[in-house]
Design a protein around this ligand. Sequence first.
Ligand SMILES: [Zn+2]
Length: 202
Amino acid sequence: MKTAHLIACHECDLIHQLGAVPPGGSARCVRCGAALYRPKRDSINRTLALTLAGLILYIIANTFPFLAFKIGSQIRETTLTTGIFQLYQQGMGPIATLVLLTVVVVPAVHLVSMLYILVPLQSNRMPRYLARVFRMIILLKPWGMLEVFLLGILVSVVKLAKMATIVPGISLFAFLILIFVQAAMTVTLDSHLIWQHIDDHR
Ligand SMILES: [Zn+2]
């Protein structure tokens, strides 16, 4: 049995029964005029393209050198993985675990879950655990902290700059672009559309 698509106004909490909104159009609250819902153009395709770009960037970010330190004639390269391992070895286990979770694990789970949702939807098939996976994506979101991590790196680079020449690696640039790609994914993903799919297939 189909349920009506109910939506609450973010401003005044009035509940509306939402009909089909044409592309480019928008639904407004009948009481206060606030925007209720504006369908995003080509949401599934665009978000899928960004997710694929994000995966490629993620792989580059995790395999290529992150930073290179040059002291005198010595050059030391670090990748993210070796960096995390070094944190462990220096007795900073909790920090290493935190970096591993927020910079490596969560972004990977996020990107793979997005693929799990978007690939079938793109060809009009229904992913089996759509509701569960989408809820997990929303729950995980605050735990992906690439921006915080990069800010931390930037601060330490500035501090270390006096002691050594620091050469940013490809991985660092991949991380930077990945942050923008993830932000763009948030913009293009029409979560209302996803919930609607979940609703229609119950
Ligand atoms: Zn309202």
